[in-house]
Design a protein around this ligand. Structure first.
Ligand code: NCD
Length: 307
């Protein structure tokens, strides 16, 4: 409602400079942890999760606790008044009376945007349907920066469910703003990125391609971003079963990969990366989950106007 309230609904709500700043703060949090321990004393974060989550919700909560603040919220719609038929707007407007900042995940695309129009505290989109997931993207950007030293000049492979994978949509939008990024989109025909994302790639004039075979492109990649087939967004179970194991990254497939490949996955993993890959130094997905806490700490400070 007020113009001074900052929300994070889409990754494009943050400029490249602001993202650089968040990355610097996240690194400073690691380097000077004790300076941040009390910085959010008296502040409350509400996590309103209408869809399942492990990393996003818990990393938000851990982030706020490590900043000295408190957390409240719910982890499923059935334990909130949504189960009684309350609208998202009413829920969020109410929670805005109890918390200083809200992170919200909802199965309906656009729900966090609608919510942000009805509250006086910052709203963070923690995933809206198959649409966007900007804080996962901040996590991914921090991971790429830490592993590669920069966010441009890479060949980025995105593999799996590119149609429904919201993390992929936000990551492509973000990476389109950095120089000399080549996009290699690896998916079955039916799970290609939505047309609006393809249009963004076309109009950005970047180098990009769509392929079905992971093996064919493996040697080119600097970063390989694996994703799970999003079962909950499928219209029928048969299609899911047919497509779910299209890609399984294993040690054999990594034979032809670069020695300094960065393997990422927003997690949860189902079957798309063999557990044997976990011990390979190129596997970064658990480190990525840790980056999620650091960048969310930086984000909370930023949206609360603290640092
Ligand atoms: C992702 C999500 O919720 O979109 N998970 C996450 O937040 N780390 C990816 C997924 O569920 O497949």
């Amino acid at each position: 409602m007020s113009e001074t309230i900052r929300n994070l609904i889409s990754i494009l709500d943050m400029s490249v400079e602001e993202i650089d700043h968040l990355i610097d703060v996240a690194d400073d949090i690691v380097a000077n942890h004790d300076q941040y321990e009390e910085i959010c004393r008296g502040k409350k974060l509400a996590t309103l999760f209408f869809e399942p989550s492990t990393r996003t919700r818990l990393s938000f909560e851990a982030a706020m606790l490590e900043l000295g603040g408190s957390v409240l919220g719910f982890s499923e719609a059935s334990s909130s008044s949504a189960a009684k038929g309350e609208s998202v707007s009413d829920t969020v407007r109410t929670v805005g009376c109890y918390a200083d900042i809200i992170a919200m995940r909802h199965p309906k695309e656009g729900a966090p945007l609608v919510a942000s129009r009805r509250t006086t505290v910052p709203i963070i989109n923690a995933g809206d349907g198959g649409h966007f997931h900007p804080t996962q993207t901040l996590t991914d950007l921090l991971t790429i920066k830490r592993k590669k030293g920069e966010l441009g000049n890479i060949t980025l492979g995105l593999c799996g469910d590119l149609q429904f994978g919201r993390t992929v949509h936000s990551l492509i939008e973000a990476m389109l703003r950095y120089p000399n990024v080549k996009f290699v989109l690896i998916s079955p025909e039916e799970l290609r990125v939505p047309e609006y994302i393809r249009e963004k790639l076309r109009s950005a004039g970047v180098e990009w391609c769509e392929v079905e075979s992971m093996e064919e492109v493996m040697p080119q990649l600097d970063v390989l971003y694996m994703t799970r087939v999003q079962r909950e967004r499928f219209f029928n179970e048969e299609d899911y079963i047919r497509l779910k194991d299209t890609y399984i990254l294993d040690m054999d497939k990594l034979e032809s990969a670069k020695k300094d490949l960065t393997i990422m996955h927003p997690l949860p993993r189902v079957n798309e990366i063999s557990v044997k890959v976990d011990d390979d130094p190129r596997a970064c997905y658990f480190e990525q989950a840790l980056c999620g806490k650091h960048i969310r700490m930086a984000l909370i400070l930023n949206l609360l106007g603290i640092k």
